[in-house]
Each structure stands twice: as structure tokens, then as C-alpha cells.
Design a protein. Structure first.
Length: 239
């Protein structure tokens, strides 16, 4: 059984993923934004870490809390915000910082969106004024960069589809169960397809991401910019 950390687990896809993995007997660490949100996960038989991923210091604290709980086998970077708020910070910068600071797991899963294809393949959006599409292009690029730099780790990006969660809205057309199935599968399955790395997945099917996400030069530029922004260096990245 795996030890899995899931960001943004108070509701939506993160909570659904936690419920399924706990039901399968896995050990799960869930994450909530603040102490008021802790009550949303009290019914889960899981460890809880607390911190606002829009805040740099609190993001570092989340990494410290996870590390104190012992090595995790899998990190699912599920937390995200849309259509307003600190999208770049939560959707892209926080996953980078957590990737760098949490003791290296065996598998990493980053939630992205099909909207990443509308993102700009430059770094202007890191100023904090980028769009949702920009933020999701960055996190997709991060997932593929980690796959290249850390070959011993299975790192993949997942588009869960437009599903009826609080963020997606009640009218979202995609299947909620399929929205979290792929990340559970990539996190814990021994299916040979789930034991691959560097993929962009939609409903357990590998697809082609934005071309920039797979370019080593853009990956290196993004990692260097994130290191400058956060003061945290991803081991293996070029200085």
C-alpha cells in the first residue's frame, strides 16, 4: 500500500481521490488551506497538513509538515484556483516549491487542464498576472521537466476534464468519477501504462500537450525563473 499526499483535499477532486485511496487501504495525507477547513476532512482516516498555497511561507510549512510525517511514496498536486485569485501562485509556483522541498517520492502527479493549450509559452505571467491557461501550461511543463530530470521518479500531468465540482460548476459536462480516476491510477497502479513517465493524460489516455511543455529549453527557462522567484532550486535543474 502507498503513502500518498494530496494537495487541496477538502473538497472536489482532491477529497474524492482521498476517499477512494483510503477505501483501497492506502495511507493518505490530506491538505486544507487553513484551520477552519480542517473540519471538512475530520471524517477521513487521514493525516492532515494545513497551509495556504498562495503564501510562500505557508507553502514551505506544508512541505515541512509532510516531511515530518515520514516519507511519502506519491504526491498528487491537485490544488488549484479558477477563475480568479492567485492562480499563478497556487497552480504553478506552489507545486514547484513542494516538489523541491518534499523528500523525493516514487511518483508525482500534477493536475492540469486542457486549457493549458491556450497558455503563453513565455514567462511574463510569472509576475502574478497570468491567466488560468498560463498557470496550467507552467504546471504541465513542470511535470514533464521533472520526468526528464528525475528519471527514477514517475512524473505525469493529468487533465481531469471539466467536471462538476465547486470549481467546475454544476453544469460541467464531464464525468466526475473519470475526473479523479486517472490520478489514482497513476499514483498506485502496477499497470505497465501507469508505470511510465513524462505523460500528459486525459481519462487514462495519453495525449499530446502544448508543444512548449515538452521542450527542454522552455522547461529550463521555467525552472530557472521559478528558482529566482522562490529562492528554491529543484535538484537536477540547470543553474
Amino acid at each position: 500500500m502507498a503513502h500518498v499526499f494530496i494537495t487541496g483535499s477538502a473538497d472536489g477532486l482532491g477529497r474524492a481521490t482521498a476517499e477512494v485511496l483510503l477505501g483501497e487501504g492506502h495511507k493518505v495525507v490530506v491538505h486544507v488551506r487553513n484551520e477552519k477547513r480542517r473540519s471538512a476532512v475530520e471524517d477521513l482516516d487521514a493525516s492532515v497538513v494545513v497551509g495556504d498555497l498562495a503564501d510562500a511561507d505557508e507553502t514551505r510549512s506544508v512541505a515541512d509538515q509532510v516531511n515530518r510525517l515520514g516519507p511519502v511514496d506519491v504526491v498528487i498536486h491537485n490544488a488549484g484556483v479558477y477563475p480568479s485569485g492567485p492562480m499563478i501562485a497556487v497552480n504553478a509556483v506552489a507545486p514547484y516549491v513542494l516538489t523541491a522541498l518534499i523528500h523525493r517520492p516514487r511518483r508525482l502527479v500534477y493536475l492540469t487542464s486542457g486549457m493549458h493549450r491556450g497558455g503563453r509559452d513565455d514567462l511574463r505571467a510569472l509576475s502574478g498576472h497570468g491567466s488560468y491557461s498560463d498557470s496550467k501550461l507552467y504546471v504541465t511543463t513542470l511535470a514533464l521537466a521533472v520526468a526528464r530530470l528525475w528519471p527514477e521518479v514517475l512524473s505525469n500531468a493529468v487533465d481531469p476534464g471539466w467536471v462538476p465540482t465547486r470549481m467546475g460548476g454544476p453544469g460541467a459536462p464531464d464525468d466526475l468519477r473519470l475526473g479523479h480516476l486517472t490520478q489514482e491510477w497513476l499514483a498506485t497502479s502496477d499497470d505497465p501504462r501507469a508505470l511510465t513517465t513524462g505523460g500528459y493524460w486525459y481519462h487514462q489516455r495519453r495525449q499530446n500537450p502544448h508543444p512548449a511543455a515538452a521542450r527542454a529549453d522552455f522547461q529550463n527557462e521555467l525552472l530557472a525563473a521559478l528558482a529566482d522567484l522562490t529562492g528554491v532550486t529543484l535538484d537536477g535543474a540547470k543553474a
